[in-house]
Ligand binder design. Structure first.
Ligand code: ADE
Length: 252
């Protein structure tokens, strides 16, 4: 997969992507990351990339032409057609389902805005979709682009060492992940739950599912409507809540 990042600070995204799973994915040739700076395509002595907004108000807006020339150069660097994503707080929320969809594409261009954003005419003409990484405002799209690169890179075939780990991630089945424990069994901070030491794989899977359901219900009720759960999952959720001392039947 190829990802081109268009940013006034392309090195920032490249640095973020240099470590761990994403760094390894690049070394393994699973991901090729390229940075492009619109300032290199700006005219004049000052290489201006922004100007004041029409209609007044604070901040600056990124100019069409340097961005457009930069985007054209990025597109032309490889014959593979690119899906262009603009990172902004006005975009659709990034979800694991969206990450899976992006990860399946051959080529992405990630467009990072700074200041108040980019001229809307460029967005309309060149951008395929606008994505947000959350309901908060960053000072630029670079951190959001780094988030997309990371989430997409780890889903590339061969990026993770344990083939199972992506499938077991939070959100892959619409639920939060269950808690995890490692050695020592006994610690001043507590003991590992007995079931995880039992060696009974069915019991362990059942316990993990129950924890995932319970945590999702308590922490992210927006993700889980008990009324739509399969009967077996509903029983697990009820059991979780009963064990918690929560209201019995709250999961029904
Ligand atoms: N740029 C600034 N804030 C952002 C956000 N929340 N998501 C994506 N890009 C952004």
């Amino acid at each position: 997969m190829r990802i081109d990042v268009i940013s006034l600070f392309p090195e920032f995204v490249a640095q973020c992507a240099g470590f761990g799973v994403v760094g390894r994915a690049q070394e393994r040739g699973l991901l090729a990351l390229h940075g492009w700076n619109p300032r290199d395509y700006a005219e004049g002595n000052y290489r201006r990339v922004d100007d004041r907004p029409f209609g007044g108000g604070p901040g600056m807006v990124m100019l069409i032409d340097p961005l457009r020339a930069c985007l054209q150069a990025a597109r032309a660097a490889d014959p593979t057609p690119a899906h262009v994503v603009y990172l902004s707080p006005q975009g659709q929320p990034l979800t694991q389902a969206k990450v899976r969809e992006l990860a399946g594409r051959e080529r992405l261009v990630l467009l990072c805005g700074r200041y108040e954003g980019v001229d809307e005419r460029l967005v309309q003409a060149e951008v395929d979709e606008e994505l947000s990484i959350g309901d908060y405002v960053l000072s630029g799209g670079e951190l959001a682009a780094a988030v997309v690169v990371d989430a997409v890179a780890r889903l590339q075939e061969g990026a993770l060492n344990d083939a199972e780990s992506a499938a077991q991630d939070s959100f892959e089945d619409g639920l939060l992940d269950c808690p995890h424990y490692t050695r020592p069994v006994e610690h001043a901070l507590g003991k590992v739950p007995d079931v995880l030491l039992s060696g009974n794989h069915a019991d362990i899977a059942r316990w993990r599912r129950m924890q995932a359901l319970g945590r999702t219900f308590l922490r992210r009720p927006d993700l889980l409507d008990p009324a739509t759960l399969a009967p077996a999952d509903r029983r697990l959720l009820d059991e979780f809540l009963a064990r918690q001392g929560g209201e019995p039947g709250a999961g029904t």
